[in-house]
Design a protein around this ligand. Structure first.
Ligand code: WQD
Length: 340
């Protein structure tokens, strides 16, 4: 049973990936400082898996803790999710973002070297593309000036990984550029846990539908899109989790000093208004929304070209937008004690 260290494994994507790993015959080990997650996630994981996931509470920047984990467990691979990820917040506290997001990767790579651990899957983001000139966006599309310190940390981490591989450090790396992760585990045992007012669209939609938020504002309807609202590639978190398992399997087949980058999206774009309509259909709820001003920093439209991940990793998205919205809605009803 290969042990895979998941940094930020109690987070939204990390926890769903822990399930996918266990179900694929791996043994997930979590390190999480719970700064953006809750211990209840570990209970959810136990309810899904019927067993506890070994978890270390702490910060990935704490080298002695990371060394302890590698000393106490034979780690066969790492999936590095742990990072500060709020685009807006990153413009207010950029130094914390650079220190946390870049520092934790450096610590991990150093300790992996100490223990001769070769495989790492890195959580990157489509945000590195900025507004692509050509859509769907290809991995070979030149990355643009990052719209935020958060996006810049992802670009810098990709560059660090490239240089580390080029130095013949003996590692094998895959960076996955996520598009917009949404949805929740169908059991409603785990899902997205936004802390405070949600920045992202779907949690705001579901919180409006249960009455936590009075209404949702569509940030702009004057974009060059079919209905004027922004286009994104919304991917079910289960599909995203599966892409990480397929990445580890792919790395096993590669020689040392390997790196590659993959888009992980559905390959389809949907507008904000289409998402709202789809949610109303799935939930049977009329959503209280209004059209408002554009949000600073938003790009107009982006969706993935997924040919490379389909071909090389043998992965494609299986869940539809409606599947994702249904799972998000069921999760929100569970969180709000509204289970039917
Ligand atoms: C989606 C669309 C908004 C809220 C960000 C990061 C990305 C990744 C996902 C970390 C946009 C619109 C939203 C609302 C709205 N994060 N919207 N009303 O900005 O595409 O991506 O989160 O990896 O890196 O950049 O996601 O969910 O915030 O917005 O109209 O109340 O929904 O304008 O068009 P985004 P989002």
């Amino acid at each position: 049973m290969k042990n895979i260290l998941i940094t930020g494994g109690a987070g939204y994507i990390g926890s769903h990936t822990a399930v996918a790993l266990e179900e694929s015959g791996y043994t997930p080990i979590i390190i999480d400082d719970f700064s953006n997650s809750e211990k209840s996630v570990l209970v959810g994981l136990k309810n899904i898996l019927g067993k506890e996931v070994k978890t270390y509470e702490g910060d990935c920047n704490d080298k002695s803790l990371v060394q302890k984990i590698f000393r106490e467990n034979k780690i066969d691979g790492v999936i590095h999710f742990a990072a500060s990820k709020a685009v807006g917040e990153s413009t207010k506290i950029p130094l914390r973002y650079y220190s946390n997001n870049i520092g934790s990767l450096l610590v991990l790579l150093e300790v992996m070297k100490e223990y001769d651990v070769k495989n790492i899957v890195f959580s990157s983001s489509c945000t590195v593309y900025g507004q692509p000139d050509v859509l769907p966006v290809l991995e070979s599309t030149p990355r643009k000036e990052a719209e935020s310190p958060y996006g810049n940390t992802k670009k810098i981490c990709e560059d660090i990984l490239h240089d580390h591989v080029k130095s013949k450090a003996g590692v094998k790396v895959i960076a996955l550029r996520y598009f917009n992760p949404i949805g929740a585990h169908p059991s409603s045992e785990i899902g997205e846990l936004p802390i405070g007012v949600p920045a992202n669209l779907i949690p705001f939609v579901t919180q409006t539908a249960v009455g936590i938020r009075e209404k949702i504002t569509v940030f702009g309807s004057d974009y060059e899109t079919k209905d004027g609202s922004c286009v994104r590639d919304y991917i079910h978190v289960l599909d995203l989790a599966d892409a990480h398992v397929k990445s580890l399997e792919y790395l096993d087949s590669k020689q040392d000093d390997f790196i590659d980058i993959f888009n992980v999206g559905t390959g389809n774009g949907n507008t904000v208004l289409e998402v709202i309509k789809a949610f109303e259909k799935v939930s049977g709820k009329n959503l209280n929304y209004e059209i408002g001003a554009r949000r600073a920093g938003d790009i107009e439209k982006v969706w993935a070209n997924t040919d490379k991940v389909n071909k090389l990793l043998g992965w494609e998205a299986k869940y539809s937008l409606e599947d994702s919205l249904r799972d998000s809605w069921n999760w929100q009803k569970k969180l709000s004690g509204m289970e039917e």
